[in-house]
Design a binder for this molecule. Structure first.
Ligand code: ADP
Ligand code: F6P
Length: 465
């Protein structure tokens, strides 16, 4: 069995301070790393002089992280990753900043990772690189003489070709993907937009659906949707912590039904549009005020980036306006919480809710939608209202799929969900639940690594396309 090497910006391997892996990706990858005796490489999350990689083995999993100087964090993480690629790949050209310094920092940090990681690679290792922070890493590893099988997974959407044209040096970024042997996307939609770029911009060809050729180089590219750790999440929805939370929340509602949203505080999550949709519901259905309360949980994210400070200020003002306009002496229509919650508490909140409102303007996948489905009571499930622009919409077809830009559609969907008979709720929820269980995060990890292991190994490192 080959060793597995995982490389990502954030490393969420278990540590003595955080002994259980946090989140589906961390759970799936730590299990694989433990079995395959692998290593998880990435940024420590700390700012400081770049020294050596720090290796730590805990509970059978080894991580190796490095600090980055402040300028690198500003240009690579805040800059190119989160002020250039993130907005552009989420179709937000107006928020995208194009600075040569950002691109320089991005390439510098990727080169640093290639240099410090390559001495630790053994000949038969399978290498799996994650996400938009690390697109050029494969290319840079090849330059260090690495001929191992190399896979890359993009956790965010792949943008339409015409949008990608706005990125200076877009072709250089895409060419770097051809250093990998396998490239994975969450959905067919993102795979097909990638195909479109390859065919139109690079004169490439697609064969057998998953073989992509440019010049003399053929790689595999697949759609492989990530899942959650469904078994763990179902169990945490039945834990004491979840049941206590559910009871506490239900008691606080005084008979009203709960609508819940859970998101990082990010403009791609459509929170402003969601608040406006809820406001439209309240404005146009005064009789329904006695029936609902909305809870939005949104911990701040990437707070040093201006566009994230702006969306936070917008939501502070809008939540105040909604409550100012509609609150009663004994009712607040919107509870807005800027804090993360422990998993068991989160599962209890999902289970207490009659409606899950998951309305990103664009999202590679969206795991909250899957967690909401996993946490429901099979006898009396809540209704998922889901943006058609989330990757998860391709799998969770029992949801009420909406256009998140339309406040009227959102208000209509809330009304529809509140009036939905139990039989219909069960009929919609059951196939979604089966999908969340069948295509879970372990399934995703196995599928990707199996295809990667079956790719042909590069004979040499020159990979001009
Ligand atoms: P993204 O990767 O863009 O943040 P996802 O929906 O795919 O979006 O994944 C978000 C993950 O973060 C989910 O597992 C979700 O449970 C977790 N999360 C989001 N908000 C909170 C919160 N307030 N408390 C705890 N976990 C949260
Ligand atoms: O899912 C997309 C993603 O950017 C991950 O790569 C990342 O770990 C997560 O969202 C949270 O973002 P950040 O690491 O910037 O806090």
């Amino acid at each position: 069995m080959s060793r597995l090497i995982v490389i990502s910006n954030r490393v969420s391997a278990p540590t003595p301070q955080q002994p259980s892996a946090q989140g589906g990706l961390a759970v799936a990858l730590t299990a694989a790393l433990r079995e395959a005796d692998g290593i998880w490489f990435g940024w420590s999350g700390e700012t400081g002089e770049t020294g050596e990689l720090k290796f730590e083995t805990f509970d059978g999993v080894t991580s190796a992280t490095i600090d980055l100087p402040e300028q690198d964090v500003e240009e690579y993480y805040d800059g190119y990753a989160n002020r250039t690629l993130w907005p552009l790949f989420h179709y937000r050209l107006g928020l995208t900043e194009f600075e040569r310094d950002f691109q320089g920092g991005y390439e510098r940090v990727n080169r640093l990772f290639a240099e410090v990681i390559s001495p630790h690679i053994e000949p038969d290792d399978l290498i799996w690189v994650h996400d938009y922070h690390m697109i050029p890493l494969g290319w840079l590893l090849r330059q260090q003489g690495i001929t191992n099988r190399l896979g890359f997974f993009l956790h965010i959407p792949w943008p339409p070709t015409d949008l990608l044209h706005a990125l200076p040096e877009h072709r250089r970024l895409v060419e770097a993907l051809f250093a990998y042997d396998l490239v994975g996307f969450h959905t067919r939609e993102w795979l097909e937009t990638f195909h479109d770029y390859v065919v139109r911009e690079m004169g490439g060809t697609i064969e057998d659906d998953d073989r992509v050729t440019v010049g003399g180089r053929t790689i595999r590219a697949i759609a492989c949707p990530i899942g959650i750790d469904a078994r763990e999440f179902i169990a945490s929805a039945q834990s004491n912590e979840a049941v206590t939370t559910q009871n506490r929340v239900v008691e606080s509602l005084s008979g009203r039904r709960l609508i819940v949203g859970v998101d990082r505080l990010d403009y791609s999550k459509g929170l402003e549009e969601r608040f406006n949709g809820y406001l439209r519901f309240l404005d146009t259905r005064p009789d329904a005020h006695a029936q609902v309360t909305m809870l939005q949980i949104a911990p701040p994210s990437r707070a040093s980036v201006q566009s994230y400070q702006d969306i936070r200020a917008t939501l502070d003002a809008l939540s105040g306006r909604i409550n100012g306009a509609h609150a009663e002496i004994d009712w607040v229509p919107l509870r807005y919480v800027n804090r993360g919650l422990p998993r068991g508490v989160l599962a209890g909140v999902y289970r207490a809710a009659k409606i899950g409102l998951v309305t990103p303007l664009r999202d590679g996948m969206n795991l909250v939608a899957k967690e909401f489905v996993a946490a429901q009571d099979p006898e009396d499930p809540g209704v998922l209202i889901l943006s058609r622009f989330a990757g998860a919409a391709a799998q969770l077809t029992g949801a009420l799929l909406i256009n998140p830009y339309s406040p009227d559609e959102m208000a209509d969907a809330i009304e529809h969900a509140l009036n939905m008979p139990r039989d219909e709720r069960i009929a919609r929820w059951r196939p979604m639940f089966d999908n969340v269980v069948d295509e879970d995060v372990i399934w995703w990890r196995k599928r990707f690594t199996e295809v990667l292991a079956s790719t042909e190994r590069v004979a040499e490192v020159a990979l001009e396309v």
